[in-house]
Design a protein around this ligand. Structure first.
Ligand code: NAD
Length: 456
């Protein structure tokens, strides 16, 4: 099959952008309203496609694909007028009578490349930010969640301005061809290896990027902790979407004594979550996205010491919620982001060893601490770096849209959500407006540079 060529598509979108159509606040508002309308009208279909793609439960689909995305839209609508206002800046003596401000302006044609794990939210939430800032957008959803990609390709043109917002579906040949085009901004969510491909392609045109990547997000559990509460919160974060969340707790660090006590709490929590049934029979429990990822995860169980779970079913792409104990840093499960329902526990002597281990790895996307001791939590924050951090819970920092969401180092660059999305997709243009008077003062800088001027 011939490699697709997107020159005409990108050129037509750029022509529309250059017409100025997307700059009006009314246009932006209308498009965001239409994204919300799409989600509301097609709520049931969204649940169906994500179920088809990865057996996501209806509850999780409503919460993570529908509600979170709609909230992002409402927040943008409610704040758009204040966001677009020019920002006045402090002035020095020379500029007292001038108008000095920062004007947020759209970059132009934005490429949004989204992944499969939250395939609706991670395509539409950045779209809302890009529209709020007045950009034209080309979205490339993940080919791995085919039903959702087809859904987005079909419904987005029904609701949004077709001249300005396009969906391109397909896999590596399509995205590789798209990346040959010049974009004004690239917003990529996915794995770190492809993040580098995005950045290289962007560098060709000096295109700015946001890279929302992944990594191994650690959890430190202190002995001064409520283990039952910690177990529920951590396991929820690890097993929602079957662990296929970028900020899922990846592994636990704690002392041997804590490991033993925490294990009991986890047993109770799992029984409660699945009402003592086998998670395989539960409607709540998602499946692994495809056979490649299933085998990748299954390999991590080879030779591991399984304390809870461990059952797998290839036909059903099922991996039971699984906890591994006495894991060593060299074990297979510690060599890459797990991105599945496997939770390893590594025992350490105490917080110092935990800090050493965390700081030896790449900077994670998220970091979690469970402790009653606030001083200890603050100390861990001071001694480490991560995209985000949360004390005594996991993942919920993602839902607060006044916090920028993003990574650092190998877990990404840039951030979004709420106003941070608007900022991400806007260029901050410095503007200084003067009048043509006051020439006697301005004249001081013109040649000839006389002695009198030098001494001024
Ligand atoms: P994926 O395989 O769906 O890839 C993401 C996108 O990259 C897709 O649209 C895909 O077509 C494109 N792509 C794949 N290979 C490519 C190539 N060779 N060249 C150019 N584009 C290519 O998703 P994934 O990468 O498996 O997603 C999981 C990863 O994403 C995990 O590491 C996870 O932590 C991370 N993630 C991060 C966030 C975040 O907000 N930081 C959110 C979700 C997922």
């Amino acid at each position: 099959m011939a490699t697709p060529n997107y020159s005409t598509l990108v050129a037509s979108v750029r022509k529309t952008f250059n017409s100025g159509k997307t700059k009006s606040v009314e246009w932006r508002r209308k498009q965001i309203q239409n994204v919300i309308q799409l989600i509301e009208d097609k709520k049931d279909e969204i649940c169906q496609v994500v179920k088809k793609d990865m057996r996501k439960s209806e509850f999780e689909a409503i919460l993570n694909e529908v509600t979170l995305t709609k909230n992002e839209g409402y927040y943008a609508l409610n704040n758009l007028d204040s966001w677009v206002k020019p920002e006045k800046v402090k002035k020095d003596l020379l500029n007292m009578s001038n108008d000095c401000f920062i004007k947020r302006e759209p970059y132009g044609v934005v490429l949004i490349v989204s992944p499969w794990n939250y395939p609706v939210q991670l395509a539409l939430a950045p779209l809302i930010g890009a529209l709020a800032a007045g950009n034209c957008v080309i979205i490339k959803p993940s080919e791995m969640t085919e039903a959702t990609a087809e859904f987005l390709e079909r419904t987005i043109p029904q609701y949004l301005d077709q001249d300005c917002i396009k969906v391109v579906t397909g896999g590596v040949p399509e995205i590789s061809s798209l990346l040959k085009e010049r974009f004004d901004y690239i917003f990529y969510t996915g794995n770190t290896m492809v993040g580098k491909i995005m950045m290289k392609a962007a560098a060709e045109n000096l295109t700015p990027v946001t890279l929302e990547l992944g990594g191994k997000s650690p959890v430190y559990i202190d002995s001064n902790c409520d283990f039952d509460v910690a177990a529920k919160r951590i396991l929820w974060g690890k097993f929602v979407n079957a662990g296929q969340s970028c900020i899922a707790p990846d592994y636990i660090l704690c002392t041997e004594e804590v490991q033993a006590r925490f294990l009991d709490s986890m047993k109770r929590a799992i029984q409660q979550f699945f009402e003592e049934k086998n998670p395989k029979q539960s409607d709540y429990y998602c499946r692994i996205v495809n056979i490649r990822h299933f085998h990748r995860l299954k390999k991590m169980l080879n030779g591991a010491q399984i304390a809870l779970g461990g059952a797998t079913d290839e036909q059903d792409l099922f991996i039971e919620p699984t906890v591994l104990v006495d894991v060593k840093p060299g074990d297979a499960v510690m060599q890459e982001e797990i991105f599945g329902p496997i939770l390893p526990i590594i025992t350490v002597n105490g917080v110092e060893e935990a800090l050493e281990m965390i700081n030896e790895g790449e900077k994670p996307l998220a970091l979690y601490v469970f402790s009653h001791d606030k001083k200890l939590a603050k100390r861990i924050l001071d001694c480490t770096s991560s995209g985000s951090a949360c004390i005594n819970d996991v993942m919920v920092q993602f839902g607060l849209n006044t916090l920028p969401f993003g990574g650092v180092g190998h877990s990404g660059m840039g951030g979004y959500h709420g106003k941070h999305s608007f900022e991400t997709f806007s260029h901050r243009r410095s503007c200084l407006m003067k009048a043509l008077n006051m020439e006697s003062v301005n004249g001081l800088r013109y040649p000839p540079y006389t002695e009198r001027k030098k001494n001024f």
